[in-house]
Design a protein around this ligand. Structure first.
Ligand code: PLP
Length: 418
């Protein structure tokens, strides 16, 4: 590759050669032989679900994040529903949350018949802005649900203080931030309840799965019942005690995580430290090697150590001759599996129709502006050195081609030839 800085390489979208032959996904799981073996062992055992692996996984997970209790669920969404239920959300109650998240964060409020109230995000972290939350709280505020966007913990101390001032519960949607630290402490034991997801693109997978952690025994007890129809004991305890009697004391669901999933979770948890180390390396390499381009790399505040579920960059659209859509398509054509996180929740048709006027376009300007600029680059712990180099090369190639003349980085198109 000896292209000179002025003669740019043809983009794959225009018929040039793509940086990669096969698509590099934006996220994916990594299962080793041990993970597979423990799942197979459960398949040969007496308990496929609600057996010994459930409590074992919950105890190991609680200890790892530094919480007193962990209650497993069949998905992160079910876990969010459990937290919304345990917080006592009901019709007439309001819950303040961020528009820049996966819709499940706000949907769990609606499952309870309560009302989500969005507050805008901070421009640096894209997490809930405590000043905006402060403007939205009232006597009706029953909970605040913060999201640790991309794996960077939200301003938990400030949010907890606001929640306490009106007697609301602070729920942390930590589906992006398993292993992240806030003021030297891992997320999971900081907010009143913390919610995790074990979907395959997340840090640890059980296929589908989720968890709520808390230090409060009463919430742990409600969460355990809620995920099992509201019933006071499990099938296994009844078999062991030889009793048939059980009572349903609240209206719950079947949100149980299987023993197969929990065995996988126990095995995956052992590799979480190494996984986080790799994600932090990749993030550091991206931030270093994208410097000088008209893009904004993720900010990291002093008091946090992010977990890097995502690596979202923001395009400086004023310095580019095309919009995000074209940049996105060009990167996909180079076989880099970029993504966009997220379409702001209030802009989805369901929310637009339901909350017309209250949360239309133009209401959350920081989140909406960020949405126009965001592109998530591939980020997962099994990415190889070549994978990371390819993603960086493709960003340089595409941005170099679309940068306005005055902004064109001099090294574009010749990165690897030095
Ligand atoms: C993944 C995710 C969820 C939902 O988790 P599932 O396990 O897919 O149900 C909720 N909130 C956020 C922020 C997520 O990233």
């Amino acid at each position: 590759m000896n292209s000179s800085p002025t003669k740019l390489e043809a983009l794959a979208i225009n018929g040039g050669r793509s940086v990669r032959e096969k698509l590099l996904p934006y996220g994916r799981q990594k299962l080793d032989e041990e993970d597979i073996q423990v799942a197979v062992d459960v398949l040969r055992s007496d308990w496929l679900t609600t057996g010994p692996k459930v409590a074992e996984f919950e105890e190991a997970f609680a200890a790892w994040v530094g919480a007193r209790f962990a209650v497993s669920f069949s998905s992160g969404t079910a876990a969010l529903h459990g937290a919304a239920f345990a917080a006592g959300l009901k019709p007439g109650d309001e819950t303040i949350t961020t528009p820049l998240t996966f819709c499940a964060t706000a949907n769990c409020v609606l499952y309870q018949g309560a009302t989500p109230v969005f507050a805008d995000v901070c421009d640096d972290t894209l997490n809930l802005d405590p000043r905006e939350v402060g403007r939205k709280v009232s006597a009706r505020t029953k909970a605040i649900i913060a999201v640790d966007y991309a794996g960077h913990p939200a301003a938990l101390d400030e949010l907890r203080e606001i929640a306490a001032s009106v007697g609301a519960t602070l729920i942390e949607d930590a589906c992006h931030s398993l292993g992240a630290e806030y003021r030297g402490k891992r997320v999971g034991g900081i907010a009143d309840m913390t919610v995790f997801s074990f979907h395959p693109v997340k840090h640890l997978t059980t296929g589908e799965g989720g968890m709520v952690t808390t230090n409060d025994v009463r919430w742990a007890e409600i969460l355990r019942r809620f995920r099992n129809h509201g019933i006071s004991s499990g099938a296994r305890e009844r078999q062991e005690s030889g009793e048939w009697f059980y009572e349903m004391s609240l209206l719950g669901f079947n949100y149980r995580l299987t023993d197969i999933g929990c065995a996988l979770g126990i095995s995956q948890l052992k590799k979480l430290e190494a996984n986080l180390t790799r994600r932090r390396e990749i993030a550091a390499q991206y931030s270093r090697e994208l410097r000088g381009l008209p893009v904004r790399v993720p900010a990291v505040r002093d008091e946090v150590l992010p977990a890097w579920h995502l690596y979202p960059i923001r395009l400086d659209l004023g310095a580019l001759s095309v919009g995000r859509r074209e940049i996105f398509r060009a990167l996909r054509a180079e076989n880099i599996g970029v993504n966009v996180h997220y379409i702001p929740v209030h802009l989805h048709p369901y929310y637009r129709e339901r909350f017309a006027g209250m949360s239309g376009e133009g209401s959350y300007l920081v989140a909406e502006k960020a949405y126009e600029q965001l592109i998530s680059l591939p980020m997962f712990h099994s990415m190889t050195g070549v994978d990371v180099e390819d993603a960086i090369e493709a960003v340089h190639k595409v941005i170099g081609n679309y940068a306005r003349e005055s902004e064109r980085p001099s090294a574009a198109g010749s990165r690897r030839s030095g």
